[in-house]
Design a protein around this ligand. Structure first.
Ligand code: ADP
Ligand code: NA
Length: 333
């Protein structure tokens, strides 16, 4: 089994990014390592440039994301961690596959329709061809399993269609057809100020989110000031309906303790937030404290991060090379 997954580089990482995305990678990595499977994780920095990004901000986000992944538990000894842009085979294979991908197939991609909106003519070619690069990302490594959320299932289908057509057109059995990998379901974490809005780096209020870089006092203060209601906690999750802030805090407690809302409520039923909040803050600090400490270490030693990314790129490129060479040859190049 070979798992390949990418994530767009983003800065100012918060608890939502950790519980909703990064932690699932760590779980996948650890399960794969135990089973003797391969994991390749990359920062999708070539995908990031399909819309305009300020270059200095992008460079900073790439480093922040790489550091956060390592701090959160992506272990270069267990996984191959690299940046897409540092392995030119991604861009090369994408171009080779552009001869096989059909405009009609890409026209059906709902994500492009959503992202381009009414301004289809003004969207970049890169945004349109985005799923072809995704196909290259996984076909390059003969990925067998690709973790996908609902919004990405269509792109994985497209990668399979491209692989099937390429293999058939050129009479080769080059590309492995990747299957979706269903890992742990991702938590969805809401704002601490508004239980109906997603926790996000774009929220202007820093009190709305717990950043991975927040120290213990800040976490404590943010949790203490988190919006709640005056009712005590119910004994069943059904009692949280219509109470989005309470539901969110219980959900965060459950995610951090790797349990369920039922288990959290069994412990706190009948208690008010005066009792629940300090326990939640303590749990956050327990999880985020070591992450922040590793982030601080990596921040003090940027060269160490460069070495990790360079090694990852080298290992990824070595796996990609035979596939890329065979693709050129199949095409008569
Ligand atoms: P933001 O919303 O802060 O801009 P991004 O869009 O950069 O975050 O998301 C990066 C990753 O983190 C994505 O995989 C996304 O699904 C996940 N993520 C972001 N916010 C949350 C959240 N509030 N709850 C769960 N997952 C989240
Ligand atoms: Na976002």
């Amino acid at each position: 089994m070979r798992i390949v997954s990418g994530i767009q580089p983003t800065g100012n990482l918060h608890l939502g990014n950790y519980l909703g995305a990064i932690r699932n990678w760590v779980k996948m990595q650890d399960a794969a390592a135990a089973a003797g499977d391969d994991c390749l994780f990359f920062l999708a920095d070539l995908h990031a440039i399909t819309v305009y990004n300020d270059p200095a901000a992008l460079a900073s986000n790439i480093r922040q994301m790489a550091a956060a992944l390592i701090a959160c538990g992506i272990d270069p000894a267990k996984s191959i961690l690299f940046r897409q842009a540092m392995v030119p085979a991604h861009a090369e294979l994408c171009w080779l596959l552009n001869g096989t991908a059909r405009i009609g197939w890409l026209n059906r991609m709902t994500q492009f329709k959503e992202k381009s909106g009414k301004n289809r003519e003004g969207a970049s070619v890169g945004l349109f061809a985005y799923p072809v690069l995704q196909a290259a990302d996984v076909l390059l490594y003969n990925a067998t399993h690709v973790p996908v959320g609902d919004d990405q299932k269509q792109h994985l289908e497209l990668a399979r269609d491209i692989a099937i057509k390429f293999n058939a057109d050129y009479g080769v059995e080059l590309f492995t057809l990747p299957d979706p990998y269903i890992g742990a379901t991702a938590a969805r974490i809401m704002s601490l100020r508004d239980g109906t809005a997603k926790m996000s780096k774009s929220d202007p209020s820093d009190m709305s989110r717990i950043n991975l870089t927040d120290d213990a006092d800040t976490v404590l203060q943010k949790v203490r000031k988190a919006k709640t209601d005056p009712e005590p906690l119910p004994s069943e999750p059904a009692g949280l309906e219509g109470r989005p802030e309470a539901k969110n805090l219980v959900g965060i407690f459950a995610a951090l303790s790797d349990g369920t809302s039922e288990q959290v409520l069994a412990r706190f039923a009948g208690q008010g937030f005066g009792a629940f909040k300090p326990a939640l803050a303590e749990l956050m600090v327990e999880t985020l404290g070591p992450i922040k400490a590793r982030l601080d270490d990596l921040g003090r030693d940027p060269a160490a991060l460069d070495v990790i990314l360079a090694n990852g790129a080298e290992r990824a490129a070595a796996i990609a090379k035979p596939t890329l060479t065979a693709a050129y040859a199949a095409l008569g190049l």
